[in-house]
Design a protein around this ligand. Structure first.
Ligand code: SF4
Length: 503
């Protein structure tokens, strides 16, 4: 019997078709990331409590069964809907007016999620539940609800959502019909860190030198290169063409990231410069890294590395609870105010957004801090190409010798550690988080030092080259050739001079 198409499969297809394929047909199921497991636990605990309350506060709340569906109970809970090879779980079915297969009433679905905020994947899941329900009751539900872990019920108009669902269902219906369906190609994407097949795909991608190993190469970009016969990062590296000098223009050239140049940097294991970094270093410099929980919109750790000519000190401002966030923020603001001249380096857009949010939330004048924020990523993007897959701080830091105590350290893993800390109050998790944050600050410093070194002496560094005007080759063989050519030229001149002298 072909495997049933479930909500998980549909959502997986929207994240990555290959993930849906592997969930359906691969004997190897992988292991969900710890964070996904946490969300799953939160969802079921919350659903259980909510339904328990519902049964105590409302009349005619029945467990789901076809029998109860036909008798028209007011609410049906823990529904497992199944029809025509489709299966969907639904927390609550609520009876509403409107004729259906069952009589003069029909049902609308409500699902539970393990997060506070509602995302597109949740809406897609609800839309699939509605689609299965529609097949059962021969009536399309107009509205559904998504219930977050804080109990907030978010109404969703379902007719808008079905547009996103239909294109996903077509291939999913076809796969089980085919004798041996072809697995979709590997296209590494932003969902991979959460996917149970990450190790499998990463290993295979590296083995085949897959284009999507490079950050910025999406499925669409891959298809474009494949049309040109480019299938690997190595092949891509030969496509890089230096820019032609342009006539002077008033407009500054737009900065774009060139994946061909990134590929070249990897092939030649060199740092390529499209533009020299322009950083103005100061005697006192600050490095900031902030940790938060995006789902709840809160922050719990601000790490600050203060570098002065003779000392370097790291400060960790920590919030035990969401209520402590204000105090943590004030401590940070006071500390940065002590160094009014120091630029505050950060990496990416997370920190400026967090600073703006916290300043607004606690009505703080953070202009002095905001004005001093310097995004180091801006000095790299489209300008400096390190021989790494992506410009993520972890990739660059690892290349430059920065170190992280925990091999799994990442933003995603930090959510797991914070969750463990909140639930156990075990100081080990707090220590792990502070160490991770401190190491990110130090990695940023290492990166800044490297950019300064490049800015000062790119001409002299053998591991650095200019993308548009390469340096003269300096390998042993080429040096030998250069010296031989030099000798030939010397003798040629000598011979010429001799001949001139004798005429
Ligand atoms: S690891 Fe990435 S590419 Fe592989 S199945 Fe999962 S999401 Fe798709």
């Amino acid at each position: 019997m072909p495997p049933a198409i479930t909500s998980d499969i549909v959502v997986a297809y929207s994240q990555c078709p290959r993930k849906a394929y592997l969930l359906l047909f691969s004997p190897e199921k992988g292991k969900p990331h710890e964070y996904i497991q946490i969300l799953g636990q939160q969802r079921s605990t919350h659903q259980e409590r909510y339904l328990d309350r519902l049964q105590h506060t409302h009349a005619d709340v029945q467990p789901y069964s076809l029998e109860n569906l036909r008798t028209g109970s007011k609410m049906l809970i823990n529904a497992h809907l199944q029809v025509d090879g489709l299966a969907a779980d639904c927390g609550v079915l609520t009876r509403v007016a409107g004729t259906s297969t069952f009589g003069k009433y029909s049902y609308e679905p409500s699902i539970f999620v393990g997060t506070y905020s509602i995302g597109n994947a949740h809406k897609l899941e609800l839309s699939f539940v509605a689609y299965v329900l529609e097949r059962l009751q021969s009536r399309s539900p107009a509205t559904g609800r998504i219930i977050g872990v804080n109990g907030t019920s978010h109404p969703v108009k379902l007719d808008h959502q079905s547009k996103a669902l239909r294109p996903l269902l077509e291939p999913l219906h076809e796969w089980p019909m085919a004798d041996s369906p072809t697995p979709p190609p590997i296209v590494l994407n932003k969902h991979c860190p959460l996917c149970p097949f990450q190790h499998l795909c990463q290993a295979q991608a590296e083995q085949e030198d897959n284009l999507s190993l490079l950050d910025g190469v999406t499925a669409r970009v891959m298809r474009q290169y494949e049309k040109k016969g480019i299938f690997t990062v190595k092949q891509l590296s030969y496509l890089f063409k230096p820019r032609k000098p342009k006539k002077r223009s008033r407009k500054p050239p737009s900065v774009t990231h060139k994946v061909e140049l990134q590929a070249l940097a990897i092939r030649e294991q060199k740092i390529y410069l499209q533009e020299l970094p322009t950083l103005s270093r100061q005697p006192v410099e600050l490095f900031v890294d902030m940790e938060g929980i995006p789902d709840r919109g809160v922050y719990y750790l601000i790490g600050l590395l203060v570098c002065q000519p003779d000392t370097t000190a790291y400060y960790a401002f920590w919030a035990d609870t969401d209520q402590d966030e204000r105090h943590m923020w004030q401590q940070f603001v006071e500390k940065v105010a002590q160094y009014p001249e120091g630029p505050i380096y950060h990496y990416g857009s997370y920190e400026p957004r967090a600073v703006a949010q916290l300043a607004k939330r606690y009505a703080t004048d953070a202009e002095s801090a905001t004005k001093r924020l310097v995004n180091v990523h801006r000095h790299i993007y489209g300008k400096v190409y390190f021989p790494v897959w992506s410009n993520r701080l972890k990739d660059l830091g690892n290349f430059l010798g920065a170190q992280w105590t925990s091999p799994q350290a990442s933003g995603l893993q930090s959510l797991v550690w914070r969750h463990q800390w909140e639930h156990t109050q075990d100081e080990t998790y707090r220590a792990i988080l502070v160490t991770y944050n401190k190491e990110d600050c130090y990695a940023l410093k290492v990166l800044l030092e490297e950019l300064s070194k490049i800015a000062l002496s790119a001409d002299l560094l053998s591991a650095v080259d200019f993308a548009d005007k390469r340096k003269q080759p300096t390998t042993e063989r080429s040096e030998e050739i250069h010296s031989q050519v030099g000798t030939i030229l010397k003798f040629a001149h000598f011979d010429y001079d001799k001949k001139r002298a004798s005429t």
